[in-house]
Design a protein around this ligand. Structure first.
Ligand SMILES: CC(C)(COP(=O)(O)OP(=O)(O)OC[C@H]1O[C@@H](n2cnc3c(N)ncnc32)[C@H](O)[C@@H]1O)[C@@H](O)C(=O)NCCC(=O)NCCS
Ligand SMILES: Nc1ncnc2c1ncn2[C@@H]1O[C@H](COP(=O)(O)OP(=O)(O)OP(=O)(O)O)[C@@H](O)[C@H]1O
Length: 212
């Protein structure tokens, strides 16, 4: 993996690091900490949420395919309703992803190009579904997985979003297993029992070693 990555990174001036992890693992926190230490942070979840905000580029197609009930009074995606549907019904999830993923892919490409243009040497692409997709490996110089125990994932999401354990488990069931994710990793950050300060120290080391 390292050889192929080195070859692709030589064609450009920035290093493209895929940062991934299961729900609640801390991948967005880690990518944000990399940004604090000089990296650009391209956040797929944030770009996805922009497509489903009021007036977002995915709203018309979602309304057409799923119906008015999935769009709230303000014109945004009803996230709770859609979450309940797509993590219970894989076909519905595929239909939603077929709408959103191409739009997010374009937005990621634009944000990455912009970061390159502004001279960023390290770009952290925060990609929740990196190992679930064949799209990413050829486009990344290396993959960093943020990993933790499933019980920690469930507890973090409960505290952050108020989701019940069963709801988090349904989302985890739609994602790669920890083992599959870690197999794809050049680096694994084990984010269990670490303080945010300790996590930041690791992010600083990674950012420095990748030339941010
Ligand atoms: C189902 C939706 C409405 C739920 O919204 P919600 O605000 O609860 O979650 P949010 O978008 O902030 O995502 C939080 C996390 O859920 C997990 N998740 C989201 N979508 C998916 C998916 N299609 N498959 C597996 N896990 C997912 C990821 O761990 C992600 O980091 C939303 O996640 C969505 O639109 N998903 C489809 C788009 C997608 O695949 N996004 C993720 C990658 S771009
Ligand atoms: N080492 C840590 N110490 C304390 N809190 C942490 C730590 N790592 C992550 N968290 C907290 O756990 C929650 C989940 O982290 P984060 O949002 O980064 O996860 P994520 O992997 O991006 O999840 P999602 O897939 O839902 O987007 C956040 O509230 C974050 O502040």
């Amino acid at each position: 993996m390292a050889t192929a990555h080195t070859a692709s990174s030589q064609k450009r001036h920035s290093f493209h690091l895929g940062v991934t992890g299961g729900i609640g693992s801390g991948k967005s926190t880690f990518a944000a900490l990399l940004a604090r230490h000089g990296a650009a942070h391209v956040d797929a979840d944030a770009l996805s949420r922009a497509t489903t905000a009021a007036g977002g580029s995915a709203i018309a197609a979602i309304r057409a395919q799923f119906g008015d009930d999935f769009i709230d009074a303000g014109g945004a995606l009803d996230r709770e309703r859609m979450r309940a549907l797509v993590f219970a019904e894989p076909l519905a999830r595929n239909r939603l992803q077929a709408i959103i993923h191409p739009l997010v892919g374009e937005a990621i490409a634009r944000a990455t190009a912009q970061a390159e243009h502004s001279g960023k040497r390290l770009i952290a692409l925060d990609l929740p579904l990196l190992t679930e997709s064949s799209h990413w490996p050829a486009r990344l110089d290396a993959v960093l997985v943020v990993d933790c125990q499933e019980s920690t994932q469930i507890e973090r999401v409960r505290v952050r979003s108020g989701l019940q354990p069963q709801a988090v488990e349904a989302i985890m069931a739609a994602q790669s297993s920890r083992a599959v994710r870690c197999m794809a990793a050049d680096w694994v950050v084990y984010n269990d029992g670490l303080s945010l300060q300790q996590l930041e120290a690791l992010a600083a080391q990674v950012a420095t070693s990748l030339g941010a």
